[in-house]
Write a protein that binds this ligand. Structure first.
Ligand code: NDP
Ligand code: BG6
Length: 522
């Protein structure tokens, strides 16, 4: 791959060149199918929507700007609304990051965008879309269809793509956003439908957590180091806590959220995917299927969850809150049905019944309207046996902070510096912003959409992984719904229900409250 001329800072140019180099290496090994000289068309279905404006168009712009997508790529928006490209551009504008020196390129980007208006269920509208796609390129282009749409139309849209939009000699790939169904049965129905239309290698089920730097880093940290491997097991690890916290409520998205709840929205997908990467055995290689084979094995070793394994919560208003959002409880959101029992917070304790993990609780915790924004993996080691420090020793913890402020740190005990012989808690700290000063970490969607161009399914969810994930959570979800289990209340801006901390303590996660991190002296 030749390196195009770039007007970037040195570090960014370097990063892009490293990225292209790794694409090239992957291509040489036959692991990706990046056809840089072939025309491509990327179709955003649901181009008028929230996801399209907030994530998809900004991602397409970033990939185009950084010359990561093939040169001859066209972008086509499709939705029911009567819009022009100019209208789509206006909607996206607040989310597009454009530096003044990139303005010319930005104009070029919008010039290769077009928009087609059409329904999601009428074949004739997709025939019009198909003709439009043909008109974009003289040669047969590879086509990517991104379904930035509500799940209610997935079936009709994919059937119409299949029937009307595959008229090309290039490949056709379809990207689907979660939720992939609501339970095991509905997910299986969708999977069967998709399987009747497309081969598995054409289907990209996106879980954007798999595109995050630190989530991808789990494989490198675990399998690229000798020091972690021998201790990565039940003999050394007491518990694993995987957390997702958001400091805001449903913000008008209550209608969607209420139908799904936090378990389906975050735990069954994002957190479970992270769990698989923490727990899986070393794959034979870094190929997509070798990794996904290992993830499925972990899921197969997990029992279904029951009500005894979970703590459920729902946020209530903070009457003294400083923002309008915080003075609104979940049930005050006008888009939420009154008296809803949908949990906005959940903690679930999972067990993996295999030789490596038998007896080690994997605690998944997620919630909205909490005290901070944070996603992290916390691996807590057992107490040191044969204590000689009179109980002063605290457990080691390896923390991978996914966001914000990517970091890996390991809490360790050291001698207090100086004349004393006491010990104290400190850390081995790899904070990305100080170690990799100018590194630009791409947004999760940038990596994942580029993966689709490259034909790499490593960071996408395979059919069998999805089925196993639903198997684990479906009985619990049905039980919660059938019994209309009332979630515990917690205050907007708090750490969630106290019962969740008790459940952590019961499951071998020790919180000392004594650890203090001092920002490194700069
Ligand atoms: P702590 O020991 O303070 O917290 C450990 C865990 O306990 C967290 O999961 C915490 O968060 C949870 N916890 C807090 N209160 C309670 C409670 N009452 N009962 C039970 N559990 C509780 O260590 P941290 O690793 O969180 O570090 C402290 C701070 O230092 C953090 O802000 C961290 O990001 C920062 N730090 C940053 C580093 C870096 O950037 N490189 C390196 C090291 C530390 P929760 O509220 O989610 O339950
Ligand atoms: C989505 C959930 O999958 O992830 C949202 O549907 C959540 O409810 C979002 O807010 C969080 O993503 P991120 O990347 O901001 O952590």
């Amino acid at each position: 791959m030749s390196s195009p001329t770039l007007s970037k800072s040195d570090s960014q140019t370097e990063m892009l060149s490293i990225f292209r180099q790794s694409l090239l290496q992957a291509n040489v090994k036959g692991e990706t199918d990046f056809q840089r000289n072939t025309p491509h068309i990327f179709v955003v279905l649901g181009a008028s929507g929230d996801l399209a404006k907030k994530k998809i168009y900004p991602t397409l712009w970033a990939l185009y700007r950084d010359i990561l997508v093939p040169q001859d790529t066209q972008f086509v928006g499709y939705a029911r609304s009567n819009l022009t490209v100019e209208d789509v551009r206006k909607k996206c504008e607040p989310y597009m990051k454009v530096k003044s020196e990139e303005q010319e390129k930005y104009e070029e980007f919008w010039k290769i965008n077009t928009y087609v208006r059409g329904s999601y269920d009428k074949g004739e509208d997709f025939a019009i879309l198909s003709k439009h796609l043909k008109d974009q390129n003289d040669r047969d282009a590879n086509r990517i269809f991104y379904l930035a749409l509500p799940p209610s139309v997935y079936e009709s849209v994919t059937a119409n793509i299949h029937a009307h939009c595959q008229d090309t000699k290039g490949w056709v790939r379809v990207i689907i956003e979660k939720p992939f169904g609501k339970d095991l049965a509905s997910s299986a129905k969708l999977s069967d439908h998709l399987a009747s239309l497309f081969k598995e290698e054409q289907i990209y089920r996106i879980d954007h957590y798999l595109g995050k730097e630190m989530v991808q880093n789990l494989i490198s940290v675990r399998f690229g180091n000798r020091i972690f491997g021998p201790t990565w097991n039940r003999d050394n690890i007491a518990s694993v806590l995987i957390s997702f916290k958001e400091p805001f409520g449903t913000q008008g998205r209550g209608g969607y959220f209420d139908e799904f709840g936090i378990i389906r929205d975050v735990m069954q997908n994002h957190l479970l995917q992270i769990l698989c990467l923490v727990a899986m055995e070393k794959p034979c290689s870094t190929s997509a299927d070798d990794i996904r084979d290992e993830k499925v094995k972990v899921l197969k070793c997990m029992d279904t969850l029951t009500l005894d394994d979970v703590v459920l919560g729902q946020y209530m208003a903070d009457p003294n809150g400083t923002t309008e959002d915080s003075r609104m409880g979940y049930l005050d959101d006008p888009t939420v049905p009154s008296g809803s029992c949908t949990p906005t917070y959940a903690l679930g304790v999972c067990k993996i019944n295999n030789e490596r993990w038998d007896g080690v609780p994997f605690i998944l915790r997620c919630g909205k309207a909490l005290n901070e924004r944070k996603a992290e993996v916390r691996i807590q080691y057992h107490d040191v046996p044969g204590d000689i420090f009179h109980g002063q020793s605290k457990r080691n913890e390896l923390v991978l902070r996914v966001q914000p402020g990517e970091a890996i740190y390991c809490k360790v005990m050291t001698k207090t510096p100086g004349m004393t012989f006491g010990i104290e808690e400190t850390e081995l700290d790899l904070t990305y912003v100080s170690r990799y000063k100018n590194a630009k970490l791409p947004d999760a969607y940038e990596r994942l959409i580029l993966d689709v161009f490259c034909g790499s399914q490593m960071h996408f969810v395979r059919n069998d992984e999805l089925a196993e994930a639903w198997r684990i959570f479906t009985p619990l979800l049905h039980e919660i719904e059938a019994a209309t289990v009332k979630p515990l209340q917690y205050m907007y801006g708090s750490r969630g229900p106290k019962e969740a901390d008790d459940m952590c303590a019961k499951n071998n996660f020790k919180y000392y409250g004594s650890y203090k991190w001092t920002k490194p002296h700069l």
